[in-house]
Design a protein around this ligand. Structure first.
Ligand SMILES: [Zn+2]
Length: 289
């Protein structure tokens, strides 16, 4: 009898331990975001300002999920504020809108520095000599569940009236990329047909960007995207969400692939920015397309 009672108590403890996190998440999702948090999103996420109410509600739900599960760590003496947590969560969750996906299941913590941070790098030359260097970074994405960001650059991107760089979108694109098992410019797409179409389109536009960069021509995509396919995906993701009109004109097939993957059209949220309209770099069309 005593053994039966012990088994029941243990079973209840296990069930409680299993249910408690789910119950806490449900409770967190049921509570509306505080007005102060909504004001932060409104202020620092330009795309949110152009969204319809249903899409805004979807983003808010994702933000609550993100804030509930992810830990923020201040580095270099930085004290984490609600402005930082909500801004980073909202920009990161733009990449999840419209898709039946979990909220960065492999990510546990977001480390935030006040500004650009120095990281040691080992460089090996042709003779095998290893040189230790230090590199200034604005953001970094790790496969072990960490993203590192410079708050100064997150804030700057969020407040820019029109911008091409967004370090949050960039690093979280790397997180999506790594969900497929390797960080190679192809996130999880679901079918062989999708992978084939994705790799054809991205390989062609990657080659165009490399050629533009080598010749010194300006593309709507930042030259850093010419580094390798993983950086191309991250840079193109930034551009898809920050300069969708220009990207759709300059790289229509790439834009269509990203629309199919992200299942949103950011052109609905943002006005076409003047500075990036085709006339700025329109001379390239005839040459490369
Ligand atoms: Zn990168």
């Amino acid at each position: 009898m005593d053994n039966l009672l012990l088994c029941i108590v243990l079973a209840l403890l296990v069930l409680g331990a299993w249910l408690a996190p789910r119950w806490r998440l449900r409770r967190a999702l049921a509570r509306p975001l505080a007005p102060a948090h909504l004001a932060i999103i409104e202020r620092n996420v330009a795309q949110y300002r152009g969204m319809r109410p249903a899409r805004r509600a979807e983003l808010q739900r994702l933000v609550k999920h993100f804030l509930h599960h992810k830990t923020f760590v201040g580095c270099g003496g930085l004290v984490i504020t609600d402005e930082m947590r909500v801004t980073i969560a909202a920009q990161a969750c733009l990449l999840l809108l419209g898709r039946p996906t979990r909220v960065y299941p492999g990510l546990y913590s977001v480390l935030v520095y006040p500004g650009a941070f120095l990281v040691p790098r080992n460089e090996v030359d042709a003779a095998g000599v290893v040189t230790e260097t230090r590199q200034d970074l604005l953001g970094e994405s790790w496969g072990d569940g960490r993203v590192v960001l410079s708050w100064e650059h997150v804030r700057r991107a969020g407040n820019a009236a029109e911008g091409t760089h967004n370090v949050v979108l960039h690093e979280f694109a790397h997180q999506l990329d790594s969900e497929s098992g390797s960080t190679n410019g192809a996130p999880f797409l679901g079918s062989a047909e999708r992978y084939r179409s994705w790799s054809e389109t991205l390989a062609r536009d990657f080659a165009i960007l490399r050629r533009d960069t080598a010749w010194g021509y300006r593309d709507v995509l930042d030259p850093y995207g010419a580094t390798n396919p993983a950086e191309f995906f991250a840079v193109a993701t930034e551009t898809f969400f920050e300069l969708p009109h220009a990207l759709a004109v300059r790289h229509p097939a790439l834009y269509a692939e990203f629309q199919a993957y992200f299942r949103v059209d950011p052109r609905e949220w943002l006005d076409a920015p003047r500075a990036q309209e085709p006339e700025t770099w329109g001379t390239l069309y005839g040459q490369w397309q």
